[in-house]
Design a binder for this molecule. Sequence first.
Ligand SMILES: Cc1cc2nc3c(=O)[nH]c(=O)nc-3n(C[C@H](O)[C@H](O)[C@H](O)COP(=O)(O)OP(=O)(O)OC[C@H]3O[C@@H](n4cnc5c(N)ncnc54)[C@H](O)[C@@H]3O)c2cc1C
Ligand code: FES
Length: 341
Amino acid sequence: MTGRGDSAPRRHRIEIEAGPAFEIASDEDTLLRGALRAGVPLPYECSVGGCGTCRFELIEGRIDSAWAEAPGLSERERKRGKRLACQSRVLTDCRIRARIDPQADVPIRAVRARARLESRREITADLAEFSFRVPAEARFFAGQYALLHPPATPGARAYSMSNTDTEPGIWRFIVRRVPAGVGSRALFDRVRPGDELGLDGPYGHAYLRAGTRDVVCVAGGSGLGPMLSVTRGVLAEPGTRQVRFFLGLRSQADLGAADELRSLLGPRLNVTTVLSAPESAAPWSGPTGFVHTLVDASLGPDPARFDFYFAGPPPMIDAMQDLLLVRHRVPFDQVRFDRFV
Ligand SMILES: Cc1cc2nc3c(=O)[nH]c(=O)nc-3n(C[C@H](O)[C@H](O)[C@H](O)COP(=O)(O)OP(=O)(O)OC[C@H]3O[C@@H](n4cnc5c(N)ncnc54)[C@H](O)[C@@H]3O)c2cc1C
Ligand code: FES
């Protein structure tokens, strides 16, 4: 134990078997966030207990789980002693068995900040853009996400930035109000302009990489946010690469989301919107069906000439992975995505 008295944050030493050691501010960080902040890239995707990528084993020491039932672990895995680094609170110095993932070694380190809501702009009946200001410069890559702490919500919620970090101190998020969702409802119902909440970021490795191939962005619902950010990033590049943007929505009631792309339209951006469940009573002459089917029909025989970015609900992500990685054998390093678990 390396406690330093009442006022200083408690710090504990974590040793990874056959790997590096680091110190963690255990009152403030989960094991995952402390490791990433110390420059030790433990594997992760969602940061919120849903995906299971951050599994590890405790060899020695004491660790508490912030969310014992997190769906990222099966009952069987729990019984076999597996834990989730993103839900682990460190109570003593520890030794753990965990993988190191070079992909998680993102050059911008996450920072914690108090974020003040500057404005909220409605996009559709259940989608809004929340713009937060932090006192420090905003630094993130296009396509990354941050962890927000809405009031009266256990744990953090992951939301992807929809802007790029060229707006000093501004982090914008496009959030869907989930009908029975605790965190998204708290954001919509309890956070007013001028209110502050905790923000920690950036996280995620599905961010825009430099390159020469044209880019395909595929967004399902609120997956619009990070894909807008990636598109903005590409269009701000001095190069000539183009973006083909596929937006999957449910019905005509969601079409306000497509308007978010309007100001970016031009010779380097082509947008196709597809509705999966159009209402028969409202006009719609565009494509219908699932967005991945439209992507498949549109890209021709050699999809590997594109770099792919996609974000949205798990069924869409599974379908896109199957399409690109299994059926078309697009190289893995040309495919980047965030699954909104
Ligand atoms: C990488 C990533 C990026 C995302 N980006 C966006 C985005 O840009 N826009 C958007 O609208 N949505 C996004 N989401 C989804 C978002 O994080 C929430 O899952 C969604 O808003 C529903 O949250 P909720 O609290 O309303 O619903 P709930 O059903 O109350 O909560 C679901 C989420 O909260 C976590 N959670 C639930 N209970 C607990 C608990 N007790 N302790 C800790 N965690 C808990 C779950 O893992 C899950 O992430 C993203 C998700 C991920 C993983
Ligand atoms: S990163 Fe921990 S469960 Fe997804």
